[in-house]
Design a protein around this ligand. Sequence first.
Ligand code: BGC
Length: 735
Amino acid sequence: MRISSIFSLFLVSALFVSCSGSSDTLVYKDANAPIEKRIDDLMSRMTLEEKIYQASQQLLGENDNDNNFESMNTVDLDPRAGSVIYSGDDPVHRNAFQKKAVEETRLGIPVIFGHDIIHGFRTIYPIPLAMGCTWNPDLLTQCTGVAAQESRQSGIDWTFAPMIDVARDPRWGRISEGYGEDPYTASVFAVAGVKGFQGDDLTSDHNIASCLKHYVGYGASEAGRDYVYSEISKQTLWDTYLPPYEAAVKAGAQTLMSAFNDISGVPASANHYTMTDILRDKWNFDGFVVSDWGAIEQLINQGYASDISDAASKAISAGVDMDMTDGIYIRTMQKLIVDGKLSEKVLDEAVRRILRVKFRLGLFEKPYVKETPDSTRLLLPTSLAIAENAAEESMVLLKNDDNILPLNANVKNIALIGPMVKDQEDMLGNWNGYGHASDVTTIYDAFVKEFPSAKISYAAGCSHDGEDRSGFAEALRVAKSADVVFVCLGEKNLWSGENGSRATILLPQVQRDLLTAISKCGKPVILTLNNGRPLELTAMEPEATAILEMWQPGVTGGTAAAAIVSGRVNPSGKLCATFPYSATQIPIYYNRRNPARTPTQGYYQDMTVEPLYPFGYGLSYTTFNYSELKISTDKVAQNGTMTASIDVTNTGKVAGKETVHWFISDPACSVVTRPMKELRYFEKAELQPGETRTFTFNIDVARDFSYINDEGNRFVEPGDIYIEVNGQREKVVVE
Ligand code: BGC
């Protein structure tokens, strides 16, 4: 060791002892002391500079987000940083950096390692939009549980997920990252996601802290473009965008991320109303808020801050506790506080929140992770089985004329045509963590395995886009020699996700032309789709006998699709986002409000106003018969309870899973008009052939028949409410 290093070590130790006394008096290091006492103690020892570092997040490792161009601070990282975005999957590297924080800084505060684990760490499961179509929140909990276990054991304590932005514009690439267009659905999946990530013991090496993002209203981005303005009335904020956040905060989510969008003139990352008045004061959230990447500095671009000091001051005062990667707190905050322009108390509160989450995660007691081989923690057979289950339940059968699916067991020649047949990378979807394309079972390999006695022939036909149609002839030749032809089309995975907005939601012309060409070859054509958004399929729909929406299904996607095609699995996915008839109908979503003139006016002169495939749509290989809707009473008190129930019978020949969606509608509300119908409950269950099951909506009037006003206060209004299920309605009078 060099003399200077020995000297600095001595100095650090001397300082440490003089500031903190003997080790047995260090309350913050005492695992048995209450967390708030530990925070008080640690805060009392921290310098202003140390606090500012605690409120800052830096980047460690090679960043894999293509959209973030800032310089990468991979060298000379200050281990006093509160957090790093850890772009690595090796516990050894995490531990090496953590060692610096724990052993080489004055107070030894552990770093919290964050990363985007959106739909899997290594075991990549379907994208969130697909998970919404499972209508099986328990399955999401299992998936996020696997993601948490793989992450924590690989060195990540904190994921920037779930994304729970309600999205109603399929042009917006980030629609792929959320759970669709409905606030209730997004709320249920938000809670389910948090439950799986966090478990019930945050200190366990199977759990990680979650981060609800992007708070809030990001899904309302104008014209479906990313990073832009969003016009959101307070009523819509409360009705549509806040509910998933409220539900997940109440479920114990530890952190939130402030969004990039400007909410009607006050950017989300400087919005005191959303981050303090609502989140802290109304919902009592005591975790912390991290900004989105560079979002604080971007307040200048948005015209809300004049310079970086102004931006930092506005962000932290509004409630952004931690600054993601732009170093703006480090660059400005000391001076702001010393000059009296920002109260140190504001920073103290932010740091307290950050430390609270670190204590809850047990990082002070267990700063390091076990350095185990990949094979003991990644892609475990049980994890793959969960991902496969999720892929199966997320796929939506959009069309099945002549019951062409499942395929006849005697089929001898199957042709697989299209750019997705052997594609692995795009099956993973966007934000694929540490997924490896080579882990993905392709459609081709899965079909070969699923149909061992059939001949499987293949031709790509074309690429995902471009003008090259030279492969069409070979594709036609292959198609003509088969009994049945699958045309496997889709989007590249970077066509959705962040900065993945598209003005058109059609597949590229070359892929559409391939389908047209194949559809004329006289064979039954089945279209499979891999995409990260609802598509405009109107012109393609007549060209296929069946259509299977596979989404971006992750590592086991090919296997799941083949299982559906063979009938080993009965499809049960239903759409959680509307597929428009035409993109010109956007915004189009099921829970719109009644127009002033009905039923013959207020429509387009030149096109239907109906979508191609509505919210909740999806076919099965069996049939379900719904009996008469029954309600336990037709009058109920404002604080009362009641039930609505319906018997559903599987009238087909195979077992199948059915999701029953319960909606309400309110013909007249004097505070705020209500959507034509709003989902309030759903339940999915498997029914054997011939089996009848009673599905019940247990109604708590204060919860299920109430609305929220533009100040965030819930109310129940006496009067008529309709309960709706599968097209049947019953009136209830709330007294
Ligand atoms: C995205 C976030 C993401 C963050 C960190 C941002 O650009 O908007 O969703 O969590 O980067 O990678």
